[in-house]
Design a protein around this ligand. Structure first.
Ligand code: ATP
Length: 302
């Protein structure tokens, strides 16, 4: 890991999604702002109201003289802040406070959640430059996915997430299993490392190893290797699918003959069918898609 130092950082903009996770973040944000103010930082707060607010605010931060952004929400909020910083064109370091329902990226990075530990992380000024994934003008910090159950994340209503947290995803997933269990997708996959035309069940193009709350889904993924980890699960008999899904818990699923696992800089996936693509838990569009890595383009505190 290459850890850098940032010096004389003083103006902090806290961008938070008040609807993310189970809406317990307001008090934590107040605590964090107080600690930062007590330590000489200038603090501004911005609450998002709807899609793209976090992105627009991050773009504004790049144009103004903000030194640090605190991104508080789930993977979707972190995604918007990262996208805004890329568009804004100034690599402002970001401190990620996980407050969403799943928070795959923050969990993978092992980022602190307690107010004091979180502020210590900012004041220690250790940062790391991580990769982002890109699809046309869209970016992802964690994962782009299509196929079996990948639509669940963007289908669960905010009210259910607030009431049930992660359980909302499990319930939606259970509802969808019988509908999707036998749906294969015919795709054409093109990359330097793997090319095929086949019927698949699911594809994942990932930056970190943690996807949908499963910590080992892309077991060899590293966020600073300049590569995206691809997992293709072919259409399989039910007993194979069960075996693959059981082994996801340990990362052994990638050794199953119906699973293809490789790293790449760029991959194109096409289909004649209408296949939705999920980007960091939000709806991103439909295939065809070319995903590529933008190495070390996002600076975060760690
Ligand atoms: N005030 C708001 N009320 C409702 N929805 C909002 C608000 N602000 C932002 N959003 C929506 O929430 C999305 C991001 O959600 P986020 O990922 O932060 O939380 P989550 O879905 O609870 O967490 P996770 O992605 O970890 O499951 C944004 O893309 C936007 O569409």
């Amino acid at each position: 890991m290459h850890i850098g130092k940032v010096s004389l950082l003083k103006k902090v903009k806290v961008i938070y999604n008040p609807s993310s996770g189970r809406q317990v973040i307001q008090r934590r944000i107040d605590e964090i702002c107080k600690i930062l103010l007590d330590n000489g930082y200038i603090v501004g707060k911005f609450a998002t109201k709807e899609k793209n607010d976090a992105m627009q605010e991050a773009i504004r931060c790049c144009k103004e003289d903000w030194d640090i952004i605190v991104a508080c929400g789930g993977d979707g909020t972190v995604n918007e802040v990262a996208t805004g910083i890329i568009i804004g064109g100034r690599k402002i370091p970001v401190a990620i406070l996980a407050a969403g329902t799943v928070n795959d990226f923050a969990n993978y990075m092992g980022l602190p959640k307690g107010s004091k530990e979180f502020c210590d992380m900012i004041m220690d000024e250790n940062t790391i430059d991580v990769d982002l994934g890109k699809w046309e003008d869209k970016y992802f910090v964690n994962v782009a996915a299509g196929g079996f159950l990948t639509n669940v994340a963007h289908q669960v209503p905010t009210e259910s997430k607030n009431a049930l947290g992660r359980m909302a995803y499990y319930l939606e997933g259970l509802k969808e299993i019988p509908k999707q269990m036998f749906n294969g997708i015919n795709v054409k996959i093109s990359s330097e490392e793997y090319t095929s035309e086949e019927e698949i069940f699911l594809f994942l193009v990932s930056n970190s190893s943690s996807i949908g709350g499963f910590k080992m889904l892309a077991p060899k993924a590293q966020v600073e290797d300049g590569l995206l980890d691809c997992i293709i699960i072919r259409k399989s008999e039910i007993q194979d699918i069960v075996s693959i899904f059981i082994n996801i818990l340990t990362g052994e699923h990638v050794n199953h003959p119906n699973v293809e696992y490789f790293k790449t800089r760029k991959i194109t996936i096409e289909s004649n069918e209408k296949v939705q693509v999920d980007i960091d838990g939000e709806y991103g569009g439909t295939l065809p898609a070319t995903f590529e890595v933008v190495p070390r383009s996002f600076k975060i505190f760690c």
